[in-house]
Write a protein that binds this ligand. Structure first.
Ligand code: 4AD
Ligand code: MG
Length: 477
């Protein structure tokens, strides 16, 4: 008999029909009631076993974590909290699970513990919900751009350029580390390396996306990116997924609108397609908040927060305005920031971003026109000579979720900025060529996908929204 998924059974109006279900046992009570989950929904299906007519050795093997297949009748349930249940007529154990050894007991485990058994944590309600939401968001990102006629571009993972000029890259090499070839000057000779030059894992697909946008007009990337920054925080990964649209003829205002429309679109999709998962995550977060002291609790629940973001325009503020708000804030005057706001030009820390979003504006904020010295070389220079057409989108509980800009399309200005910032212009001839041949105003941004998933699931650590996190000193699984 063909298997029916549990979500199909639970969302069907019918009952009193035969079905076959397969999945993993969450619990088995009173030698009679199995809570079965197959990952198609947050909800378990209750299976009722007639223990008087079932062999003792089969009953013994129905343990938490075991994989089973069952055939029976779907009937309307007398039990509380479920519409239907399956009255088992035949049951087969597909995979045993030794109850003594199985690490996932039917009780509440800490997220830290589950991170250590990330190979099994998909089987918990929380993580199955997180990964279904992640999936829906990824699909929604593609839907959003495809509906607008964007071309999905696959940019290389291995590159010889450092897009951000930040130098936090993972080297890719096939040289013998014990005995690398040396130049006359005694340095490692990368001309003998696989690509004939020094190469790294990409930190961003932006520069390549810009090349494509100069012909295809509207493109986006969605792929893995790598940063060897040694930040052990709840918001940084060494390997994360980024979405980078790049659009010819867009200025910064268009860019901000695109970012806002995209975020609202994908959050709305998650709210409708993953209503049950988000309801579960909403309650999970509410429980977690109850453990915190009153003043640390957030004012809004997860569902309220998501709806609020979808229904309200994002606040648009320049760096200079934000700087003044922060400098004059009581928080700053009472020295409550770790980094006090004092001199114009300083980079904002996440404590400042979160103050603006959570305390001052109480909504998502787009900060623009940052000082040029704290931003990348490719951002379009403003006439004031001090700022660039950058934008960061800041979200409650997250801080920076998007970074982007209008790009410098003027050849001379770009070249001058590259020289000032010691970006090797000769090696980047291909990037400069776009400014030589048919340049046009254009803009784009990068959305950190895991930060989006963090926001929508209400999880607090980025390690809990990617299947197998890569962070400093951690590359398990
Ligand atoms: O602000 P970033 O560094 O911008 C760029 O890479 C540009 N090339 C994007 C563009 O204009 N096309 O990174 C973009 C976003 C950040 O806002 C953040 O959400 C995410 O990527 N991000 C990280 N996410 C997880 N772990 C990290 N280590 C991240 N670094 C950046
Ligand atoms: Mg940034």
């Amino acid at each position: 008999m063909k298997r029916t998924k549990i979500n199909a059974i639970l969302s069907d109006d019918r009952h009193d029909y035969q079905a076959c279900v397969k999945g993993w046992v969450r619990t088995f009570r009173n030698n009679q009631f199995i809570a079965l989950n197959d990952g198609s929904t947050i909800h378990n299906l209750q299976l009722v076993v007639d223990f008087t007519n079932t062999a003792e050795d089969i009953l013994k093997r129905i343990t938490t974590g075991a994989c089973i297949s069952a055939v029976g009748n779907i009937i309307s349930s007398q039990g509380k909290g479920q519409k239907y249940e399956l009255k088992v007529t035949s049951l087969e154990i597909l995979g045993d699970s030794d109850a003594e050894q199985y690490p996932l007991q039917p009780k509440k485990h800490s997220l830290e513990f589950l991170r250590e058994i990330a190979h099994l944590r998909f089987r918990t309600s929380t993580f199955s919900a997180v990964f279904r939401v992640r999936n829906t968001l990824a699909y929604a990102v593609h839907k959003f751009f495809q509906e607008k006629g964007f071309v999905y571009l696959h940019t290389p993972v291995i590159t010889a350029s450092d897009a951000e000029g930040a130098g936090q890259m993972f080297r890719v090499t096939t040289l013998d580390m014990k005995n690398p070839p040396k130049t006359e000057a005694g340095e490692i000779d990368f001309s003998e390396d696989f690509f004939g030059k020094s190469t790294n894992l990409t930190v961003s697909g932006q520069l390549e996306a810009e090349l494509a946008a100069m012909a295809l007009s509207d493109v986006y990337t969605f792929g893995p990116t790598f940063r060897a920054e040694n930040s052990n925080t709840g918001r940084h990964l060494a390997e994360f997924w980024m979405i980078e649209p790049e659009v010819a003829f867009n200025d910064l205002d268009d860019n901000m609108q695109l970012a806002e429309d995209m975020l609202q679109y994908v959050i709305k999709e998650a709210l409708t397609k993953c209503a049950d998962d988000i309801a579960f995550l909403n309650d999970r977060l509410a429980d977690e908040e109850k453990q915190k002291p009153q003043q640390e609790r957030s004012e809004m629940g997860l569902l309220d927060k998501l709806k609020f973001c979808v229904e309200n325009n994002f606040e648009r503020v320049t760096y200079t305005q934000a700087f003044e708000i922060l400098r004059e804030s009581n928080h700053n005057k009472k020295k409550k920031f770790t980094y006090l706001i004092d001199k114009w030009g300083a980079d904002l820390q996440s404590e400042h971003e979160r103050y603006l979003v959570e305390k001052h504006f109480k909504k998502p904020v787009i900060l623009t026109d940052y000082p040029k010295d704290i931003k990348a070389f490719y951002m379009r220079q403003n006439d004031d000579g001090k700022t660039v057409r950058a934008m960061d989108v800041l979200f409650p509980g997250i801080g920076e979720i998007i970074g982007g800009s209008q790009r410098e399309e003027r050849y001379d200005k770009l070249l001058e900025r590259m020289k000032d910032m010691h970006i090797p212009a000769e090696e980047m001839y291909w990037y400069l060529d776009t400014r030589k041949f048919g340049a046009c105003p254009h803009a784009g941004f990068g959305l950190g996908f895991e930060r989006l998933v963090l926001f929508v699931t209400g999880m607090s650590n980025i390690r809990d929204v990617i299947a197998f996190a890569r962070t400093p000193k951690n590359c398990e699984f």
